[in-house]
Design a protein around this ligand. Structure first.
Ligand code: PMP
Length: 307
């Protein structure tokens, strides 16, 4: 069970065990929630939240897509996230803000229900395992496709979208893999259940274009900038399934997954079957920046004052 200490709910801190919602809350029945996953890293200069602005912007954008007005300003939400880290004495954490439709009526129309906001934070290690950062993870192509662009908006990080992710993840685990990758409605590679994907072939880095089937990841954006700075050519385009099989290297990106290599797809070994050289370079630069060993020239870190 998550031990998240005090949780911020609509402007007040409540004890972990008291952080409750009514069973008739709209979000429980219809998936009407919008959330973020954000990491705070420990650096030599103190703890710092990675790309806070972009995450908060995406949270508000997700709500906007669903005609939902967040009853706090971005500044208030940012301060609440800082306060949640401080009150729980967290130096390193995963932060989970959620904007959700609460309790009033129970028709489909969410507009009859209040908009509530909660923020929790807790320590969360490597999402796909410590060993995976070097050895990589085993992946299968899911029998489930990701959403088509005119069905449900994938630019929104909405709770309901994660039913698709759950199907992909459960199928992969049941079948003995660590993670699944779904194709999009056209049959091109989309994303993992909670990660974007990068493909390396002959020194060029490819990643699926954001065409409405995957979440535009903030880690993805960071990795594109890092890879460009390292001198690599990046191509955002349609990627057919078989391109994964013949890739030299593959890796996932995400707030939880950070930069995790993929060692095989459908039991076909990728490259050497371990983290490749380019992946290692990019992964190292990413961790050097977020953990404060390298200058934060992009302005990605927001330092918090630990008490
Ligand atoms: N795709 C999905 C479906 C996700 O849940 C996530 C994690 N938020 C990502 C991609 C990666 O996004 P980010 O790098 O912003 O965490």
């Amino acid at each position: 069970m998550i031990d998240s200490g005090k949780i911020w709910m609509n402007g007040k801190f409540v004890e972990h065990d008291e952080a409750k919602v009514h069973v008739l809350s709209h979000v429980l029945h219809y998936g009407s929630g919008f959330f973020e996953g954000i990491r705070c890293y420990k650096t030599p200069k103190g703890s710092a939240i990675f790309r806070l602005k972009e995450h908060t912007d995406r949270l508000f954008d997700s709500a906007k897509i669903y005609r939902t007005e967040v009853p706090f300003t971005k500044e208030e939400v940012n301060k609440a996230m800082m306060d949640t880290l401080n009150i729980n004495n967290l130096e390193e954490a995963y932060i989970r803000p959620l904007v959700y439709r609460g309790y009033n009526q129970l028709g489909v129309n969410p507009k009859t229900c209040p908009v509530d906001v909660m923020i929790a934070a807790w320590t969360w290690g490597k999402y796909l395992g410590e060993e995976a950062m070097k050895k990589g993870v085993k992946v299968k192509i899911s029998s489930w496709r990701r959403l088509a662009p005119d069905t449900m908006p994938t630019m929104a990080k909405a709770s309901g979208n994660y039913l698709s992710s759950q199907l992909i993840k459960m199928e992969a685990l049941e079948d003995g893999y660590d993670e699944g990758i779904a194709l999009d409605y056209n049959g091109y590679v989309s994303e993992g259940s909670g990660e974007n994907l990068f493909v390396i072939k002959n020194g060029i880095i490819y990643t699926p274009a954001m065409n409405g089937s995957a979440l535009p990841g903030i880690t993805r954006d960071s990795i594109i900038k890092i890879a460009n700075d390292l001198g690599y050519e990046i191509r955002e385009q349609g990627i057919p399934r078989e391109m994964l099989y013949i890739a030299d290297e593959l890796f996932f990106t995400g707030t939880a997954a950070e930069v995790t290599p993929v060692s095989s797809v459908d039991k076909i070994v990728i490259g050497t079957g371990e983290r490749g050289a380019i992946t290692e370079k990019i992964q190292k630069r990413f961790f050097d920046i977020v953990e404060g060993r390298e200058e934060d020239k992009y302005g990605w870190l927001t330092f918090i004052n630990n008490v």
